[in-house]
Design a protein around this ligand. Structure first.
Ligand code: GDP
Ligand code: MG
Length: 163
């Protein structure tokens, strides 16, 4: 069994775009509206010979288990059970939000190794957000642009020691 790496983050940070980039095919649904990915999606990823299964998840919106966002969040929690590491994606252009911090608190209560990923970091607009991502408490953030394919290979250095 290949290691499973789960992509976690609030809606619209670019999780599905990163999944597609890592899988190299348009498998995950990408949309401008938050919360479009309803289910987990699994794909085969390889970075510089490091092979793993990448898992795209739905986002977090609130705590109510009876709402669709609540069900999506439960789904994310369930899918952590088989995961060997998590890519915790934030939007470097938007900076950290209270929901990012809530997810960070929850991830800190888990035992899973977490790599903080600052997406949308192309150009200069993401610089402040990349620095902010240090405060999530998971060490050095990996800046990248899933959409433009920049920096994705740098995930190798963060992932190989932990998967
Ligand atoms: P998800 O809800 O976290 O799965 O986010 P999506 O992958 O659906 O992307 C949400 C929006 O962010 C879409 O409009 C994407 O085109 C955009 N997006 C994703 N990655 C990047 C990136 O690297 N840079 C920029 N500027 N936009 C991005
Ligand atoms: Mg998505």
């Amino acid at each position: 069994r290949k290691p499973h790496v789960i992509i976690i983050g609030r809606p619209n940070v670019g999780k599905s775009t990163l999944f597609n980039r890592l899988v190299g095919k348009k498998l995950a649904l990408v949309d401008d509206q938050p919360g479009v990915t309803r289910d987990r999606r699994f794909g085969d990823a390889v970075i510089a010979g490091l092979e793993f299964t990448i898992v795209d998840t739905a986002g977090w919106e609130d705590d109510d288990p009876d709402t669709l966002p609540g069900r999506m969040r439960r789904q994310t929690e369930i899918s952590l059970e088989g995961a060997d590491a998590a890519l915790f994606v934030i939007d470097a252009r938007a900076g950290l939000t209270p929901l990012d911090e809530e997810i960070a608190r929850w991830l800190r209560s888990q035992t899973l190794p977490v790599v903080p990923v600052a997406n949308k970091a192309e150009g200069k607009a993401g610089e402040a957000g990349v620095l902010e991502a240090w405060s999530l408490g998971f060490g050095e953030p990996v800046p990248l642009s899933a959409e433009h394919g920049e920096g994705v290979a740098d995930l190798f250095g963060a992932l190989w020691p932990i998967i």
